[in-house]
Design a protein around this ligand. Structure first.
Ligand code: NAP
Length: 282
């Protein structure tokens, strides 16, 4: 079990790949805060003990990543409403003896979208590829933003169906399709925004993109949550038709920006944090 030696950090398992310490520390240093942020590798079996130890320290807060985003909720005193809907916490803030959980992934996703495009979510068809934890945060954010129509496409159809059932509202028409279904390609061709919420294209990970540049319209926006490498399989396909492309590094940094602002209750130096993150991802 790692010793707690900093006032901020990120927990996950494994955690060596995380670049949060790089861009969070860059932001902390830029703002002249006398705090340190580091990663803590916490095995699922150690989570309870680690969180008990956090209570005994003066830690300001934590980021939480895979596989603890849901299980950590049992060790918190309070959970923000949006994190309850997302069923996951990625940020913990201490206030006295109270540990409160938040989820800033949805904010990070929308900020990445709005800072890079002028898209009107209520007038396009959205295609979400994937039905895991990040797809859920993306789906909820887009529904909150008033999306007109969203299709969830996944390798395992039952997971897409479950996600749809759990998140449905009265505003957004949600459809589901299996990526191997011949109908899937028509969803790609009709989408104004396609978001990859799968691990396809991630470094050292297997998986084939279920469509090619031939299916992508020039006016479609491609948004890949994968950020390592910066040029992913999906973004490479988009480059061939020169459509608008957004990489996952933006979402990663903006979710961290929101965490930073929850901890310090002051503006985060966004550009400094973005530059620090991009400098370490090839
Ligand atoms: P997750 O909950 O484990 O979901 C994984 C998804 O990927 C599932 O839909 C799964 O399909 C699909 N998948 C996995 N391997 C596949 C393959 N070989 N072929 C087709 N589909 C496959 O993961 P997550 O937490 O949502 O994360 C997904 C990706 O988003 C990761 O690359 C992660 O790094 C990235 N992410 C980025 C940010 C950011 O800030 N940029 C934030 C969160 C996540 P099945 O249901 O069929 O298994």
């Amino acid at each position: 079990m790692p010793d707690i030696s900093t006032s901020l950090g990120i927990i996950g398992y494994p955690i060596s790949h995380s670049i949060s310490p790089i861009f969070q520390q860059a932001g902390i240093n830029h703002n002249n805060f006398n705090e340190t942020y580091k990663s803590y590798e916490v095995h699922p079996d150690q989570l309870k003990d680690f969180m008990l130890r956090v209570r005994k320290t003066k830690m300001i807060g934590l980021n939480v990543t895979v596989p603890h985003k849901t299980s950590v909720i049992s060790y918190l005193d309070d959970v923000d409403e949006w994190a309850v809907r997302a069923g996951a916490v990625n940020t913990i803030v201490r206030n006295g003896d109270v540990l409160k959980g938040y989820n800033t992934d949805g904010f990070g996703f929308m900020e990445g979208l709005y800072r890079n495009t002028n898209v009107s979510i209520d007038s396009i068809n959205v295609l979400i590829l994937g039905a895991g934890g990040s797809a859920r945060a993306v789906l909820l954010s887009l529904m909150d933003a008033g999306a007109k129509s969203i299709c969830i496409a996944n390798r395992t159809l039952s997971k897409a169906e479950l996600l749809k059932t759990e998140c449905e509202n009265n505003v957004t028409a949600v459809d589901v399709v299996a990526t191997e279904d011949p109908k899937f390609v028509s969803y790609v061709e009709n989408a104004g925004l396609i978001i990859n919420c799968t691990t396809i294209g991630m470094k050292n990970t297997e998986g084939k993109l279920p469509f090619t540049s031939e299916n992508i319209r020039e006016d479609t926006i491609l948004y890949d949550l994968v950020y390592n490498p910066l040029r992913t399989l999906m973004l490479n396909e988009g480059e061939k038709v020169n459509c608008t492309r957004i990489g996952g590094i933006d979402m990663l940094v903006y979710q961290g920006v929101k965490s930073f602002e929850l901890w310090f209750e002051s503006k985060a130096p966004v550009e400094i944090m973005l530059r620090a993150a991009k400098s370490v991802v090839l």
